[in-house]
Unconditional design. Sequence first.
Length: 119
Amino acid sequence: VQLQASGGGLVQAGGSLRLACAASGRIFSIKDMKWYRQAPGKQRELVATITSGGMTNYPDSVKGRFTISRDNAKNTVYLQMNSLKPEDTAVYYCNAYVNHNRWIGSDYWGQGTLVTVSS
């Protein structure tokens, strides 16, 4: 299974970006899908979670600005980021728990996509 992230780039403060992460390979189903980020010199931080049933969760730092969604038919998760701030600058990673069959699953990570927000 591979997770391919895309959509990062340079944006001014107050702007928007939409990240996408597509899963491919031996997929029976996908459980939780998540976005993390890691800024230079900082620990990796969870920024959004979406369950297979569509329930979402966000930390206070992005709540109201970021929206996670998924397209199960395309095995793809999205992160819509609005009102971006310089402190949102980081490498963003997608993560998914993929079931290969009814009994076996594994955790997978995308390669990361850089988001840079200028002030």
